[in-house]
Design a protein around this ligand. Structure first.
Ligand code: SN0
Length: 316
């Protein structure tokens, strides 16, 4: 695996899941593979799970980890080619990426969407420029449009918790006071559609995800109907793709409550975290025994470790 930015970088999802099971059973069995290898984790945005779980995953493989909040601590990066850099940007991404690839054997990058410029965001410029200008494998730690490490952890979690072969998964939009990226939702769709499971998306009108992710998938604008008989309810807010960046806080009846969960097939509740309690989901639901949020977060370590292991193995 030369890069890990989307499901398209995965040759065989079932094999990757099988490898993650091995990793989870015996996380310290691969300690020699990362010896004398360094991973650099570059954060343009906040992080809790991604930062700590990827650091832990790399350590489990014997790697050395360097972490940098590149926005606050680094020079301000120029992304455009051919610009005269006599204003605010101090270092071109070309040199930054070239330099970091000499220090690191793998680079992880987190760069959220601006939610102001849809075309720019959907070109996923920062991660793609890192890929262009580095000489080492790049892992997405959530790009402007995708969050593949989260999705791998989610698919692992669903696999561990499903009780029948006709599993119904519902991705539901939920309210939020701030404009959030579509990345987690886009990515979840990309991964779950590769499995045998039935996937339904539900969101208010005006909040459909980009058709390049949802083509061929059922999108329903009535949440109650969509939730019927769901085995897994994956809640996530995203701002509007059509009216790019618009917040839908007025749809406050989309909060996942006990009443909504009663419509499901004793459904499990999922969320990538961080979550706004009693806005996205009620306390009762997230604190119930059907909530998988901590299991998902735990699986972030094994998802990252599986991807890193695959990269290190392929390098050999
Ligand atoms: C990010 C997102 O993409 O939605 C990261 C999720 C893994 N979430 C947030 O930025 C939440 C921030 C907030 O204000 O609640």
């Amino acid at each position: 695996m030369k890069k890990f930015t989307s499901i398209n970088d995965v040759e065989n999802l079932n094999e990757l899941i099988a490898l993650s099971e091995k990793v989870k059973q015996a996380p310290f069995d691969f300690k020699s593979i990362g010896r004398n290898k360094t991973i650099g984790l570059l954060f343009f945005n906040s992080s809790l799970r991604t930062r700590l779980s990827t650091q832990k995953a790399a350590t489990n493989l014997g790697m050395t980890v360097m972490v940098m909040n590149i926005n606050n601590d680094g020079w301000s990066l120029e992304l455009e080619d051919g610009t005269r850099m006599n204003a605010d940007t101090q270092e071109h991404i070309k040199e930054a990426a070239g330099v970091i690839s000499q220090y690191c054997d793998v680079i992880g990058v987190r760069s959220f969407a601006s939610l102001k410029d849809r075309i720019g965001d959907y070109e996923d410029e920062i991660i793609n420029k890192f890929i262009k200008y580095t000489t080492v494998p790049v892992i997405s730690l959530e790009s402007a449009i995708l969050h593949p490490l989260q999705s791998l952890a989610d698919v692992i979690t669903i696999n561990e918790n499903k009780t029948n072969n006709k599993t119904k998964v519902v991705l539901t939009w939920a309210p939020h006071p701030k404009a959030l990226p579509q990345a987690v939702a886009n990515s979840f769709v990309e991964w779950v559609r590769e499995t045998e499971m039935e996937l339904i998306i539900t969101n208010p009108k005006g909040f459909d995800l980009a058709t390049r992710f949802t083509d061929g998938i059922k999108v329903m604008h009535d949440q109650d109907i969509a939730l019927k008989e769901a085995d897994f309810v994956y809640a996530k807010n995203w701002s509007s793709y059509d009216d790019y960046g618009r917040i839908g806080i007025e749809f406050d009846d989309w909060t996942i409550t006990e009443e909504k969960m009663k419509l499901t097939n004793n459904g499990k509740f999922m969320h990538c975290l961080p979550v706004r309690r009693n806005v996205v989901v009620s306390d009762e639901v997230i604190d119930s025994t059907n909530s998988l949020v901590l299991e998902q977060a735990n699986n972030r370590t094994y998802a990252a470790q599986t991807v890193l292991l695959k990269m290190l193995q392929d390098e050999k």
